[in-house]
Design a binder for this molecule. Structure first.
Ligand code: GLU
Length: 432
């Protein structure tokens, strides 16, 4: 059944370029490939719970401001809900719903014992002091109340949030829970600072996971990691770690763009040096060892690999048409619009999907949660080894499924995840 028919049946308005429909479309077309029954497809077409909260925060000047926050819990057939919290001025319900559904897919693809969720607050953090951000985060956590918990729904960092914000969330949650029930409480969020139950390797985890996937799949596609060059869209956590770790394996960064500008150097841009510059200057603009370039020139850079690691749907059809890369490894979620996605696939660019490439973040979150629950500590060596195993296994399962179904890697990744979810539903059934 087509997506439109499913939505008609459920009484939901359908619009093709909406990010939520784009995501559910990927899920449902992959489900068709594995003959998933219609009732299961319908279960996954809508999230289980959509929590929306409005809460006041006292500003430094004594005024109050009301904020809007979300937590969408898409599916929990495989385990507690899991996924990041985003602080961004463009956070909307459909956006969070799409990202929550992607978390369900990511966790299933890596076979983590989690379902999918995502949350966020509509806020432009640049306009608030550190104290205001702390009060906002704590008040949001208390507004979420029992909707989160170490065995129920476990948030993590996402765009605009970091280890400090996770620490405030965990501290608030712990203070609100009974003193007799605090043993596992710090496992309520992952991505915390090392000094407060965080894990080694969580900061670089998403970039590291992407590099494990690329290193596993690119050689068979005919690319030698030591010889390839790449460009990066977005030089935040995922982009800068991805670039540094690829450089460690001998690849060369030729072009990079972030919110402040774009750079190009045919002789290579040192990713470590640029990461250092960018953290001191709030962006890559003005970096002296590369040429400033235009947006179009960035997209048109003649590179082997493009890693989009910025916000959603940034690569529009016009931008897709000027791309010269041969492979896209999606560091960020949904980097292409639906038309751009169709265009690149039809024009022979191989796409390694986000649900595979960026699942390293939630995988190390899982390791952090395990350590918190066991009151134990894993070394970075152990984290990297375990992450490598899970990423390589997921990458290979996607590759095998693509061959079996004779389809692109997007469809293969979603089908692989959906077949795991289908098995769980078939065994568990529904209650009552
Ligand atoms: N926000 C990250 C993601 O989208 C991490 C989620 C997590 O660690 O739970 O994958």
């Amino acid at each position: 059944m087509t997506l439109k028919k499913i939505f008609d049946k459920m009484g939901i308005r359908y619009s093709e370029d909406n990010i939520y429909f784009q995501t559910i479309n990927s899920i449902l077309s992959a489900s068709d490939k594995i003959n998933m029954p219609l009732n299961l497809q319908m279960m996954l077409a809508e999230p289980k719970n959509e929590v929306m909260v409005h809460f006041p925060v006292e500003l430094d000047n004594g005024d109050w401001e009301i904020f809007k926050g979300y937590r969408v819990q898409h599916n929990n057939i495989l385990g507690p809900y899991k996924g990041g919290i985003r602080f961004h001025p463009e956070v909307s319900l459909d956006h969070i719903k799409a990202l929550a559904a992607m978390m369900t897919i990511k966790c299933a693809l890596v076979k983590l014992p989690y379902g999918g969720a995502k949350g966020g607050v509509r806020i432009d953090s640049r306009n608030y002091s550190v104290d205001e951000m702390e009060r906002m985060t704590r008040r949001f956590t208390s507004a979420l109340g029992g909707n989160i918990g170490p065995s129920y729904d476990i948030p993590a960092p996402d765009v605009g949030t970091n280890a400090q914000i996770m620490a405030w969330m965990a501290d608030t949650y712990i203070n609100l829970s009974s003193p007799h029930n605090r043993l596992n409480s710090r496992a309520v969020v992952t991505g915390k600072p090392l000094a407060f139950g965080g894990s080694e390797g969580r900061d670089k985890a998403t970039g590291q996971g992407l590099v494990f996937v690329v290193a596993e799949l690119l050689p068979e596609m005919g690319y030698d990691l030591k010889k390839i060059n790449f460009s990066i869209l977005g030089f935040g956590n995922v982009g800068s770690w991805g670039a540094r770790l690829l450089q460690e394996r001998g690849s060369t960064m030729h072009a990079v763009m972030d919110h402040s500008g774009a750079l190009y150097n045919a002789n290579g841009i040192d990713a470590d040096d640029l990461a250092d510059y960018s953290s001191k200057n709030g962006g890559i603009k003005g970096y002296p060892k590369a040429d400033e370039t235009s947006e179009d020139e960035f997209y048109a850079a003649d590179v082997d690999l493009l890693i989009p690691a910025a916000l959603e749907q940034m690569i529009t059809l016009d931008r897709a048409k000027i791309l010269k890369c041969k492979v896209i490894a999606e560091g960020g979620n949904v980097p292409l619009t639906p038309e751009a996605e169709k265009y690149v696939l039809a024009n022979g660019i191989d796409v390694l999907p986000a649900v595979l490439c960026n699942s390293g973040g939630v995988t190390v979150s899982y390791f952090e949660w395990q350590q918190n629950r066991q009151a134990s500590y894993w070394s970075l060596k152990k984290i990297d080894a375990e992450l490598g195993k899970l990423m390589v296994s997921a990458a290979n399962r996607v590759k095998i499924r693509a061959k079996e179904l004779d389809c692109d890697m997007y469809t293969a990744a979603y089908s692989e995840a959906m077949s795991y979810i289908k098995d769980a539903y078939e065994i568990r059934g529904i209650f009552p």
